[in-house]
Structure formats: C-alpha cells, structure tokens
Design a protein around this ligand. Sequence first.
Ligand code: SAH
Ligand code: SF4
Length: 344
Amino acid sequence: MYITSLTLQELEEKVKQIGWERYRAHQILNWIYKRFVLDFEQMTNLSKEQRAFLKDNYLIHSLELLKVVEAPDSKKFLFKTRDGHIIETVLIYERDHLTLCVSSQIGCAVGCTFCATAKDGLTRNLRVEEIIGQFLQVQSLTKDKIRNVVFMGMGEPLANYENVRKAVEIMVSSWGLDLSKRRVSISTSGLINQLNRMAQDPLMRELNLAVSINAPFQSLRESLMPLSKTNTLEELLEVLYSFPYPPDRRIMIEYVLIHGVNDEVEHAKELARLLKKGKKKFKVNLIPFNPDPELPYKRPPMEKVYRFQKVLWEEGISTFIRISKGIGLFGACGQLRSKRLVLR
Ligand code: SAH
Ligand code: SF4
C-alpha cells in the first residue's frame, strides 16, 4: 500500500485500525508533503516500532528515478514505474517561479497526429501515487518550492479522471501539498463528457482549465485530432461557453501552430470569431509545433507565429506564445515520449 495514494482521512482510518493515535496520520503526511521526507526512518517523531511497522507495511511512492536531462530553461526527469514503464516529468523555470509538468497516463489513446505521445497508443492510466510521486521526487531534488503544476505531460488527464482528481485533492489540500487551486492546470484535448463531469465537480472546476483546440474548422480538427469526430468542435465550444468558471478568470485555449496546416490568417480570424461568439472571455496560448523526426509536420517561421498572434490581438483576445528553449535537447512539455529517449 502506498501512503501517497491516500487522503488524510483515509490514512486516519488506517492508523485507527492498527490502534495508533489519530494524529499520527497527520504527522506522517507532514513529513511527506511539508518536508518532502521520503524515508520512514527519518520520521523522528514516530517511535522506532511505528517506523518499523510502516516500513514493513507501506511504501511512500512507487517511482524510481532513472535519469535527469538538463536544458537551459527546464529539466526533464525520467522515472521507471514498478511494472517497468518509463514516464516523464518536466520542471520548467519560469521568470519568477517553478512549474512542474506532470504525466497522467503512459501513452495516450486520443491519437493526435502532431503528438509524439500518441505514437504507441495508451498503455495504462497512472495511479495516484505515480502522479504524486512525480511531484515529490522532483521537489525533494529541488531547492525552491514548486508552486505550479500543469497536467500537460504524457496522456489525457480527463481520460484518467478518478486518479487525477484524487491527486489534485492531495495537491490542493492544506494537509497535502497545499498548492493554490489557481496554480494547478488541467490541459485537455476536449472530452465532452468529462468536461461536463468537471463542470459539476466543485474541486475540479476551480482549477485552471486549458483546452487544446488546435484548429478552428471541424474538418481540419478531425484530421489533426481524431477524437473530434465524436467530440465535435461545436459541442466543445458550447460546453466552454457555459462552463461554470469564476467571472474574473479565463479558460485557456491552446493552439499548436503547424506550418502550412493551421497557421494562416483565415485560421486566426475564424478562431477569434468562435471565441467571441459566447459571452465568456478566453485567453489563447500559441505553441509553435515542436518538430520530431517521426512526425510529418514542420514548425512555422516566427513571422507567421507573430502574424497569427496579431490577428487575435486585433480582435481583442489576449494571446501568448509558448516556446521551450529545451527543444534542442528534448521535446517540450506536451511532447513526451520516453521509449525512444531511453533507447538512444
Ligand atoms: N492531452 C492533453 C495534455 C497533454 S498535451 C492535451 O492534449 O491537452 C499538452 C499540450 O501539448 C497540448 O496542447 C498539445 O496540443 C501540445 N502538443 C502536443 N504535441 C505537440 C508538439 N509536437 N508540438 C507542440 N505542442 C504539442
Ligand atoms: Fe494525447 Fe494530448 Fe498528445 Fe493529443 S496532444 S495525443 S490528447 S497527449
């Protein structure tokens, strides 16, 4: 049993069952989530017997750190799961804070044609302790506190709703990692059912929501994102227009710019039209495509990226460009695929 798969309440139940005082649960989680101590031996306010009991019956998390790859603005961590799969986590140094990009699945079933994670399909969902383990391992190796988490690594987080939700609960609870809900972002390719579920869920709907639109026309979106055949652009936008989001916040629209595919002025104009149709305000994040030898696309020249941004600006939509300096070394957050990296 993994401690980091449990909420405080669940751990309190467990310690009660073995006849310990209830506050022991709090003490254990304090070591893990406040001091990032990942070894029961070091939990010195527990008795020797208690530490031994924990060691015999529990593990803290399940990931083995294999490798760290450094880039100028980020660091990539490769972990091995218990059943031998490789997962990736990226720590990004932003101007004044650190952001951790976590994976939610091994592979992905959504099959976007521009995404390296899609290549081998879905292997399996990550478990709660595997999601939390990414944070704990990276934080225990990092001096400054990580305050931002984005679910933009491998996988479609809303396709692993239950485990992502519980991991989020651990991340934002005061007894857990105590992150602000506004600093945890869920990025989704737009699964309508799951977005509706999120909209009903007080915990999940207060997070930052980022939605990968990537194309403003249904037929083009279908060709890039096969899920769009059943989760159409029109339905997706309806869900977003009515999403119960605090009025002072904006849903983020992600748009990967691919050379000669979705990067023309007509695409920008149509995107602006769609985003202005509802009453809600959106912000747009443009991501110039990160090339990969196995993917059939190119990154547009920067002039086209700026031109696209200008069209949206002129329509009054706040638009940012996201580029990773790390791409020379490895695909950025959102373009992760580890098997090959390990083989190299
Ligand atoms: N599955 C979720 C989250 C992981 S992908 C989603 O699709 O939103 C995170 C982001 O990376 C998405 O916006 C996706 O469109 C983007 N992305 C995927 N492959 C990319 C590539 N080769 N270049 C640039 N961005 C990419
Ligand atoms: Fe999955 Fe997101 Fe990659 Fe699409 S872009 S295949 S949804 S990880």
